[in-house]
Design a protein around this ligand. Structure first.
Ligand code: RIB
Length: 306
């Protein structure tokens, strides 16, 4: 069995999570029901989920020279992620995400700190880690010129470039032309393409010009195969406790399932991903809610990906 090699270029945050019976109105003060902190950041989440699946994961990113940064770095290493390309930037604080969880959903405000201190030159210095990957994976919680630098290097070395375009924003035309697989929700895809947010999802996917795996929350996911035909994957129904990071688990599991079988993301990869996301939303926290290595191995054994 091959070991997938995934290079993740992205954010590393400390998630500061407040639980509340409901979301506050503007200007309202509410008494919350709990507070915890977890390792997070879309980049780190996807890196750890992939590592728990047995992938060889290289993380390229940045933290501050502070307590959060040290804790985040130690956690990534504990999870088996290679952190040699994680820079420590003394002049900036580590990234944080202020998260409110209520009514089975969340609100997130990210303060990027060191995540926005990395430069295209830092990415270019890690060319060998990009060249050696089966898949290069990025999100949009680092500067756009760094995402573009990573995409150019992936293209140079003919490595598939997978972009999770979150948080939502318009993508430069060059970046769109370099993406192999885009993994947005409907809102993110509309913004990525510069189209109105009420554009039908089928139209958005057809206009994307690449493979799209669109997550639809509790309605599952939609994807186009290489002939352009759209397929829908339904989700596993659970009572959501905390949806934070479910999209990150979904993405990492989908990619690992596909790489392990040497295929493009397909119905089975989405089924595996959907099971993993269902486990994540049924638990509290970010990485602490992700399936562990044993659960993931069992999950991928369904229909023989492992
Ligand atoms: O996708 C969830 C993640 O988004 C959280 O871990 C938070 O840090 C933000 O980056």
């Amino acid at each position: 069995m091959t070991t997938p090699k995934i290079t993740v270029i992205g954010s590393i945050n400390m998630d500061l999570v407040t639980r509340s019976p409901r979301f506050p109105q503007v200007g309202e003060t509410l008494l919350g029901s709990g507070f915890q902190r977890f390792m997070g950041g879309k980049g780190a989440n996807q890196a750890v989920a992939a590592a728990r699946l047995g992938a060889e994961v290289q993380m390229i990113g940045a933290i501050g020279e502070d307590d959060f940064g040290r804790e985040l770095l130690a956690n990534l290493q504990h999870e088996g992620v290679n952190t040699e390309a994680v820079k420590v930037l003394p002049a900036l604080p580590s990234g944080i995400a202020n998260i409110t969880v209520a009514e089975g959903d969340n609100h997130i405000i990210v303060v990027s700190g060191a995540n926005f201190g990395i430069t295209p030159a830092d990415i270019e210095a890690e060319e060998a880690r990009i060249a050696a990957a089966d898949i290069v994976l990025c999100q949009l919680e680092i500067p756009m010129d760094c995402v573009l630098a990573a995409a150019r290097l992936a293209k140079k070395h003919a490595r598939p470039f997978v972009l999770n375009p979150a948080p939502a924003q318009a993508l430069p035309a060059e970046l769109r032309s370099l993406v192999s697989v885009l993994t947005p929700n409907a809102y993110e895809l509309a913004l990525s393409l510069g189209l109105p947010t009420d554009t039908p999802v089928e139209t958005l996917i057809r206009q994307s010009g690449c493979q799209v795996v669109m997550t639809l929350g509790s309605d599952g996911a939609l994807y186009n195969d290489d002939t352009g035909i759209l397929h829908r994957q339904s989700t596993f129904k659970v009572n959501p406790v905390d949806t934070t990071g479910a999209g990150d688990t979904f993405l990492a599991v989908m990619l690992a399932s596909a790489i392990l079988r040497g295929v493009e993301p397909d119905a089975l990869a989405l089924a595996h991903a959907s099971r993993a996301a269902a486990i994540t939303v049924s638990r509290r926290g970010t990485l602490s809610a992700f399936p562990d290595g044993h659960e993931l191995t069992a999950l991928l054994a369904v229909n023989g990906a492992r």
